[in-house]
Design a protein. Structure first.
Length: 280
């Protein structure tokens, strides 16, 4: 007997609801980025995101996450990871300084449907190393998104992300133990979307599948450690880290990046991928 897929497939109407959540996420991240400056704390940025959630009538996907899964409940609405922190940084009294490299991961639920995205940016003036790392990660994310297609496999996405980073040689590390994921009525669903892989492998991609694609790349070794707070993941060698993520839907007409303001049209078109929104 064939194994039934556990991947949640969305109708066009459900994807439209996810688009509404995705726009809240994308616009909040932009607001947080604009608020970041030397002298304010990561907790200040989390407060900005909380205000955006309240105005949108949304619910945080992150606040309280982890309780009951062997982890302490996550205490914030954003994950803010600075410099050598890769992911899951807890906002607090850390004061941002000029040149800091900041990754913000953020998700909300709106009418029961989730959106999830992450951006990396420098506070003030970035170092050339930080600027290059963030751009390599961002490009890898978009290359992975553009590799998704109906009839393809998860491995096609993974291979595209890995190949994009490796096109710069071995100077960057690809964090492999944290992956992208399916998303919809829950923030984390099947399937996992690794950032390293082989074409033609993994789960089959079908119309209505929605994925969060999120490479995490370091400026040195890919080895990581988790701090005593049980959440914050850092590079073992102290090198800088970057994290970019978007939520994308596979529609009958192409790809629709639900957390991008333009739906991903510019980046997808530049890569020769088929842009296919359901309508805004």
């Amino acid at each position: 007997m064939a194994r039934r897929s556990s991947i949640e497939v969305k109708s066009p109407e459900q994807i439209l609801k996810m688009r509404a959540a995705g726009l809240v996420v994308g616009r909040t991240l932009q607001t947080v980025k604009e608020a970041a400056r030397p002298g304010i704390t990561t907790a200040d940025l989390d407060a900005v995101a909380r205000e955006c959630i309240a105005r949108a009538g949304a619910v945080s996907s992150f606040l309280g996450y982890g309780g009951g899964f062997g982890l302490p409940p996550f205490p914030a609405v954003t994950c803010i990871s600075v410099n050598s922190a890769v992911v899951h940084g807890i906002p607090g009294d850390h004061v941002l300084a000029d040149g800091d490299l900041v990754s913000v991961d953020f998700g909300v639920s709106l009418a029961g449907w989730h959106g999830d995205s992450a951006i990396t940016f420098a506070v003030g003036t970035p170092s050339p190393e930080a600027e290059a790392l963030s751009e390599v990660t961002r490009q890898a994310m978009w290359d992975g998104v553009a590799a998704a297609r109906i009839g393809g496999r998860i491995g096609d996405i993974s291979h595209a992300v890995e190949s994009s980073v490796r096109s710069h040689g071995r100077r960057y590390g690809i964090v492999s133990e944290y992956t992208g994921h399916g998303i919809g009525t829950a923030m984390h669903q099947d399937p996992d979307v690794p950032n390293i892989g082989r074409r033609g492998r993994g789960e089959l991609l079908t119309k209505g599948v929605c994925l969060a694609i999120e490479p995490m790349v370091t400026a040195g070794s890919a080895a990581t450690a988790t701090l005593d707070d049980e959440w914050t993941v850092v590079t073992r060698d102290g090198s800088l880290a970057s994290h970019w993520e978007h939520t994308v839907a596979l529609t009958g007409t192409g790809l629709w990046v639900l957390t991008a303001e333009d739906g991903g049209e510019a980046e997808l078109t530049a890569r020769g991928a088929r842009f296919g929104p359901l309508g805004d």
